[in-house]
Design a protein around this ligand. Structure first.
Ligand SMILES: [Zn+2]
Length: 335
């Protein structure tokens, strides 16, 4: 059957690079020549063709290769592409302005891709963060700690029992909330000026932050300069190579561009760390106690309804592990 043959040749070609892209276009042209053959162009073939021509070449910020970035799908008006070398996902977006985006609305359920009620779930979040502090202390028991994207300072309050803490936060309201509670928190981006004022540190944490940064590689490189030798960077983010992410595709719970711009896999995290002179000391997919309100918020969003704020369930949390989020400890080698 001609249809099967066309399908087969496209499938067997599509996975190895730009030369095959040309092959698939040629197949398409040939099929289009004959009026009867047009009928053999199934919707699936057409989609495969459409997505091939949207592949593009980028220098990958994780693996550093100029590589084919496979077009996967569109979500919220953004093209989602994946580096063929290391698996890093990227959202291509136009004119996204983080400074006007991360306001108090983001943390209070006013944005469908934000938090349901961040402040209302403080108790659960702090219990969770206390566990994160315990985890970090296995790698570094004390010293100076910097939280990049510290939100309302819940993690910093847990960490300050063992560390000399400071934070950086883009959302003015959240940073102000931190300062009122006695924390040393700066408003702004983690840039040279701000980091210069903070000096060097022993531990830097980015908890569910790296996927939001306009250029995570540049930011991490800057942070490495302000990290003492032997110090660690702790990152939590989604795992784009996880089974759940692969199966759910555009419907993955963390596929929320333009809020999330980068989708790391284990390989892409490893590649970026190595190229910045860091060692991957630990990588796992931890269990997490999640507020019931956030679970119902995300489920409602995935069902396509507009999420509403829910008064109940802020105090309740459930241990959850979808194995689609990773926790990484990167170490700057001692001199
Ligand atoms: Zn790559």
């Amino acid at each position: 059957m001609p249809e099967e043959r066309t399908q087969h040749s496209e499938d067997s070609k599509g996975r190895t690079g730009p030369e095959d892209l040309r092959g698939s276009v040629a197949t398409f042209d040939r099929v289009e020549e004959g009026a009867t053959a047009i009928a053999t162009l199934s919707t699936k073939n057409h989609e495969v063709f459409e997505s091939r021509v949207r592949d593009r070449s980028h220098v990958c910020l994780a693996c550093g290769q100029a590589s084919v970035h496979r077009f996967l799908y569109r979500k919220n008006g953004c093209d989602i592409l994946r580096c063929e070398q290391c698996g890093l996902g990227r959202a291509e977006t136009m004119g996204f302005d983080p400074e006007s985006y991360y306001t108090s609305d983001y943390f209070s359920g006013e944005r469908p891709d934000g938090y349901a009620d961040y402040i209302g779930t403080e108790n659960i979040l702090r219990r969770e963060f206390a566990g994160t502090v315990e985890f970090i202390r296995k790698f570094r028991a004390s010293g100076r700690l910097l939280d990049v994207g510290c939100a309302y300072g819940f993690f910093l309050h847990e960490a300050k029992r063992f560390f000399d803490v400071s934070g950086i936060e883009l959302a003015e309201d959240a940073a102000e909330h931190c300062r009122r509670s006695g924390l040393n928190v700066f408003t702004g981006q983690a840039d040279e000026t701000l980091l210069g004022r903070l000096g060097t540190t022993d531990v830097i944490v980015l908890l569910d932050v790296i996927e939001h940064l306009p250029s995570p590689r540049d930011t991490i490189a800057l942070l490495v300069n302000h990290l003492d030798h032997g110090g660690i960077i702790v990152i939590t983010t989604g795992d784009f190579g996880s089974l759940y992410s692969r199966v759910a595709g555009a419907h993955w719970r963390l596929m929320t561009p333009p809020q999330h711009l980068w989708f790391f896999s284990q390989a892409s995290m490893q590649a970026m760390a190595t190229s910045l002179g860091l060692e991957v000391e630990h990588l796992d997919h931890p269990w997490k106690v999640v507020p019931l309100s956030l679970i119902s918020f995300q489920l409602t969003r995935m069902s396509g309804l507009r999420p509403k704020r829910i008064a109940i369930s802020n105090r309740l949390g459930l241990p959850v592990n979808l194995f689609d989020a990773m926790r990484v400890v990167l170490r700057k080698p001692s001199r």
